[in-house]
Design a protein around this ligand. Structure first.
Ligand code: PMP
Ligand code: GLN
Length: 363
C-alpha cells in the first residue's frame, strides 16, 4: 500500500510509521557514538548497559525483575525478536493460537517452522474474545499462544479478565506465550498496560517483545528487545547468535545515552492520544463509522454504510480515486476474513491528518 500511495501521490496512512522526525538530540547522539569509535560488533545479547536500563524500566513500570545478563536480549527490531521466539518454540506439527486480526509476521513464521496456525477471529465493532471458544482451540499439540496488547490493527487491549483466562488455559501445560508489547506506551484514556511481566504464572512461560522504533519514532533503525526467563532466553540466544549475532552498535549506545538523559516514552500516551482524538474528530462528519481505539497508533473504521465493495477493492478505490492510503483489514486474517473495515495510521503530523480527513470527507 505504501508503494501504491507513492504511485498515486496519496496521503499515506497505510504502513505504521511516523511521518515526523526523530528528536535531533537522539540523532546527534548516534553521530557522537560513531565519532567516539563505537563502530564494531556489540556483544551477542546487546550492550550490557542498555540491557541494564531495560531491566530498570521493566522493574519500575511492572515491578518485575529480568536479569540483564541472562534474561534480556537486544534484537534487530521486534520483528526479529518475534521470529526468533517462534523459531525457538515451534517444531513440525506444533500448534500456535493467534488472535486475529493480527500483525502479519506471526503466522508465516509459525508455518515456516512446520507449525499449524489456529486463528481465533475477533470481530468488529468490539473485537471481544470469547474465552470458551479459545479453549476449544487448545489441543495436546498446542505449543504457543501469541498475544499482542495493545493490538495492531484493532486497537484492543488485554484486561484483567483476559489475563485470568490466559492463566487458566496455560496452567499445568507446557504452552509458551509470545506477548508482543511493542505498543506498551501507546495506551489511552488512563488505562494501564498489563504486561505479562506482571504475572509470575504467565511470565515463566513468556517471551515479551518490544521495539525502540515505536518508543522514539525511529522505525527504520530496527532496534528492539526480548525479555524471557533464563531457561527460555537460553534457547532464544542459541538462534539469535546465528541469525544476526549482534545488533548495530552505535544505535545501541545512542539509545542507552538517550534513555539516561530523559525517558520521553512516558509522555507517548498523551502525545498519541491527542493525535487519536484529533483524527477521530476530523472524521466525525464523514460517512465512515469509527471503531474503538484503546491503544496503538491505528484507527479502524467500518465503511459498511458507504459501499458494498470488499475491503481490498475499497482500499484501492480510496488510494486511486480519493488519494488516501490505508490497509484493508482482511490482510490481517489468515483466512482473509473481510468485515468491511479499514486501518488508518494516525502517527502522522497534524497537517497530514487534516489533509487526509479533508479527502476522506468526500467519500
Ligand atoms: N509487532 C507489531 C504488533 C508491530 O506493529 C510491529 C511494527 N510495525 C512490530 C511488531 C515490529 O516492530 P519492529 O519495527 O521493531 O520490528
Ligand atoms: N508494523 C507496521 C504496520 O503494521 C509496519 C511494519 C511493516 O510494514 N512490516 O504497519
Amino acid at each position: 500500500m505504501t508503494a501504491l500511495a507513492n504511485k498515486h501521490h496519496a496521503v499515506n496512512l497505510s504502513q505504521g510509521f511516523p511521518d515526523f522526525d526523530v528528536d535531533p538530540e537522539l540523532v546527534e547522539l548516534v553521530n557522537q557514538q560513531m565519532r567516539q569509535g563505537h563502530n564494531q560488533y556489540a556483544p551477542m545479547p546487546g550492550l550490557l548497559s542498555l540491557r541494564g536500563l531495560i531491566s530498570e524500566k521493566t522493574q519500575s513500570l511492572h515491578q518485575s525483575y529480568y536479569s540483564p545478563e541472562t534474561e534480556i536480549t537486544i534484537t534487530a527490531g521486534a520483528t526479529q525478536a518475534i521470529y526468533t521466539a517462534i523459531a525457538a518454540s515451534i517444531k513440525p506439527n506444533d500448534e500456535a493460537i493467534i488472535f486475529e486480526p493480527a500483525y502479519d509476521s506471526y503466522a508465516p513464521v509459525v508455518k515456516a517452522f512446520g507449525g499449524l496456525v489456529k486463528p481465533y477471529e475477533m470481530a468488529p465493532p468490539f473485537y471481544d474474545i470469547d474465552w470458551n471458544m479459545v479453549k476449544r482451540l487448545v489441543t495436546a499439540n498446542t505449543k504457543l499462544i501469541i498475544i499482542n496488547s495493545p493490538q495492531n490493527p484493532c486497537g484492543r487491549i488485554l484486561k484483567e479478565e483476559d489475563i485470568k483466562q490466559l492463566k487458566i488455559i496455560t496452567e499445568n501445560t507446557d504452552i509458551l506465550i509470545i506477548s508482543d508489547e511493542v505498543y506498551e506506551h501507546l495506551i489511552y484514556d488512563k488505562q494501564t498496560h498489563l504486561s505479562l511481566a506482571r504475572y509470575p504464572e504467565l511470565k515463566m512461560r513468556t517471551f515479551i517483545t518490544a521495539s525502540f522504533g515505536k518508543l522514539f519514532h525511529c522505525t527504520g533503525w530496527k532496534v528492539g528487545y526480548c525479555l524471557a526467563p533464563e531457561m527460555l532466553m537460553k534457547e532464544f540466544r542459541k538462534l539469535h547468535q546465528f541469525m544476526v549475532f549482534s545488533v548495530n552498535t552505535p544505535m545501541q549506545f545512542a539509545i542507552e545515552a538517550y534513555l539516561n538523559n530523559k525517558p520521553t516514552y512516558l509522555e507517548l500516551n498523551e502525545f498519541f492520544q491527542r493525535k487519536r482524538n484529533l483524527f477521530r474528530k476530523l472524521l466525525e462528519p464523514s460517512r465512515f463509522t469509527l471503531l474503538r481505539c484503546e491503544g496503538t497508533y491505528f484507527q479502524n473504521v467500518s465503511y459498511e454504510r458507504i459501499a458494498a465493495d470488499n475491503d481490498v477493492e475499497m482500499a484501492t478505490k480510496l488510494v486511486t480515486d480519493y488519494k488516501v492510503a490505508c490497509i484493508p483489514n482482511s490482510s490481517f486474517y489468515t483466512r482473509n476474513t473481510d468485515f468491511r473495515t479499514l486501518r488508518f495510521c494516525f502517527a502522522k503530523k497534524d497537517e497530514t491528518l487534516e489533509k487526509a480527513a479533508e479527502l476522506l470527507l468526500k467519500v
